[in-house]
Design a protein around this ligand. Sequence first.
Ligand SMILES: NC(=O)c1ccc[n+]([C@@H]2O[C@H](COP(=O)([O-])OP(=O)(O)OC[C@H]3O[C@@H](n4cnc5c(N)ncnc54)[C@H](OP(=O)(O)O)[C@@H]3O)[C@@H](O)[C@H]2O)c1
Length: 281
Amino acid sequence: MIVVTGATGHLGRHAVEQLLSKHQQVIAAVRNVEKAQPLAAAGAQVRFADYDQPASLEAAFAGADALLLISSSEIGKRFPQHKAAIDAAKKAGVRHIVYTSAPRATDSGIKLAKEHAETERHLIASGVPYTILRNGWYIENYTGQLANTVKLGTLYSAAGEGRVSVAPRADYAAAAVAVLTSSGHEGKTYELGGESLTLGELAAKFSAWAGKPIGYVSLPFADFKGALVGAGLPEAAADIFADADLGLGRGELLVEGHALETLLGRKPTTVDQVLAATPRS
Ligand SMILES: NC(=O)c1ccc[n+]([C@@H]2O[C@H](COP(=O)([O-])OP(=O)(O)OC[C@H]3O[C@@H](n4cnc5c(N)ncnc54)[C@H](OP(=O)(O)O)[C@@H]3O)[C@@H](O)[C@H]2O)c1
């Protein structure tokens, strides 16, 4: 039995659905049971699990052989939350914890990576067999904003000419499913990423897709952060996202090697494939 946290999130839903399609028994561990009804309908056992309520975690993980710990979205609270999940899994007798981390987590200068590095260290120290999946950037970070980018006619960032390795969430979920359903991954840390490109190259792809010019403008950090705040993001979130762009510019989101392709047993989905499947509406 495999338990998946964050199962009502974007990545979690992919993971649960893919595990069910492989006839695995799945526990969807969620903080909002109502939201998980589609997962229950698809065949998952839904259990309440809030990272902020350690007792709920231990109960949710009972009887599971493996845990897919999908990193929390609550930036700033994540290390205590992940620690609670790891500790609960250990108490519940889970025999393999698979954690979704970030590129080069322990060496990265990107602020977002700090909580991942802390989690990785705690996971390794826990003594529970683990696999760390250092997921690269989601292409959806950009295609999720595609309509707005097309409207503006410009892709803005603070990333300069840095290269980033991107893949759709479904590919990262498939890699996690491969790790959970095949042997030999304990004690391993995988740096996962798909196609690598600059954001200027990405803007050119968006332009070809939209059939209109889409430029690329890299702003100074303060200007980009200010633009994000102007677009409605809280100051702290704007700071985090602009900081990640600086890291991208330094090359810290470029993933070397072919671990994603190896786990998938095929080439990762390309940006062009993602765009070809995106309705223009
Ligand atoms: N590699 C990248 O490009 C990238 C980009 C963004 C995020 N990430 C990281 O990858 C993770 C998964 O991505 P995603 O797109 O699936 O994010 P997401 O859709 O925001 O999913 C996050 C999940 O965490 C759950 N969660 C948050 N706080 C919780 C709590 N206190 N207790 C239990 N569950 C809690 C959410 O529950 P609800 O469904 O109830 O909200 C949601 O299911 C993110 O959380 C973040 O750490 C990576």
